[in-house]
Design a protein around this ligand. Structure first.
Ligand SMILES: [Ca+2]
Length: 96
């Protein structure tokens, strides 16, 4: 599991996938390296996203392919990234 927790970013106009992960990491309140639905809700709140409770459910449904109710592996993070791009209108670029 490779969520990097080394620097803080604010969601700006554009960011790379690594920056997105680092940003998301700020919301990992129990520091278990996974993003729970509650933590996701906090992340959405920081973006001032409307209906964040509902959106957090949608995102979780979309990204949590193994039904652990956590975003906790690279595949799920990739899904989260594509959800954020398509539905939250975040500009996230692959950095490879
Ligand atoms: Ca966590």
């Amino acid at each position: 599991m490779a969520i990097m927790c080394c620097f803080k970013v604010q969601p700006s106009e554009e960011m790379t996938v690594d920056e997105f992960k680092a940003w998301l990491c700020q919301f990992d309140e129990d520091h278990d390296g996974r993003i729970s639905r509650e933590e996701l809700k906090e992340a959405l709140q920081s973006l001032r996203i409307w209906f964040r409770w509902w959106k957090a459910r949608q995102v979780m449904k979309e990204a949590d392919s193994d039904h652990t109710v956590h975003v906790d592996n690279a595949k799920e993070i990739a899904k989260l990234v594509s959800y954020a791009q398509q539905h939250l209108h975040m500009k996230i670029y692959n950095n490879w």
